[in-house]
Design a protein. Structure first.
Length: 284
């Protein structure tokens, strides 16, 4: 277990002789669904939530780890070891980001810091946000919002856009299905809006978990009260891609045979939100 896993992220301290490096598990170039334009998305490793539908189980731990991976080749199941996650200097990571700057400039894109949960490594994130700003690169942070107010305010000062997940409006259900309650998440959302930050709310739509009439009304109530303060809502339909990854990593997938939401149901939700004057997109 990582030394920070049970430590609140605002209380991470380093000696003057320690130079922490971000731990990432992927870099995705030419991303089109993680903010405006063509983007480079950096995936930070480590997350304080344990969403049952998470399609990146390799992102949970904050440290590089080795998983046994199973693949079927020519009808035979082959097992092999694969390392997930690597520590990288901020300078090297910035060079990877700057390589794509011409595409950012042509498309109005930039860099998106995702995860896992990028706020878990907030000091490293802050440094990268500042460096990106110095290089005139648009900065987005894709987050669950689960952080202290201090961390959220400090990160917000150096972020141009937040992609902000709202996984369930009910605190009991939120804790049941993600492992944490949502009080801090909802407070941080209002902090960002009151700071005048650009926010796109994202709703991962999970059948049987947050798509019933009661849950949708709670989302709608939240959005209507703040409609003049945020840009739009993205509905992210549940998909089964993650279940295959759990199998390959030899991990248990608790949602089993959960079906993906149908187009008719998605369009109904979209229309319901739009009828309240909220701009909605299905997908990123």
């Amino acid at each position: 277990m990582n030394q920070w896993d049970n430590e609140s992220i605002e209380n991470r301290h380093f000696s003057p002789f320690t130079f922490p490096m971000p731990t990432i598990f992927d870099i995705k170039r030419f991303a089109l669904h993680d903010g405006p334009g063509i983007r480079t998305t950096v995936f930070f490793k480590g997350c304080p939530l344990r969403c049952l539908w998470c399609h990146n189980p390799e992102s949970h731990s904050s440290i590089p780890e080795t998983h046994k991976v199973s693949r079927v080749i020519d009808g035979k199941e082959i097992s092999m070891a694969r390392m997930y996650g690597t520590e990288i200097t901020e300078e090297d990571l910035m060079q990877e980001i700057i390589r794509d700057k011409v595409f950012f400039e042509e498309s109005g894109g930039g860099v998106t810091f995702s995860g896992g949960e990028p706020l878990l490594q907030y000091q490293e994130l802050l440094s990268l946000l500042k460096l990106s700003g110095e290089n005139n690169i648009h900065r987005a942070v894709d987050t669950s919002g689960y952080a202290s107010e201090k961390v959220m305010r400090e990160v917000a000062l150096h972020t141009d856009l937040f992609l902000y997940d709202l996984k369930n409006m009910d605190p009991v259900k939120h804790k049941k299905f993600t492992g944490v309650d949502n009080e801090r998440i909802l407070k941080n959302a209002d902090i960002l809006l009151d700071m005048g930050k650009e926010v796109i709310f994202r709703v991962p739509l999970i059948p049987g978990i947050n798509d019933a009439e009661k849950e949708l009304k709670a989302y709608l109530h939240f959005f209507e009260k703040r409609a003049d303060k945020f840009k739009e809502v993205h509905i992210l339909p549940y998909h089964k891609i993650g279940s295959d990854k759990y199998r390959r990593l030899d991990l248990e997938y608790s949602l089993g045979d959960l079906m993906e939401p149908g187009k008719e149901h998605l369009n109904m939700i979209k229309q319901k939100f739009e009828s309240a004057g909220i701009k909605v997109s299905i997908g990123g």
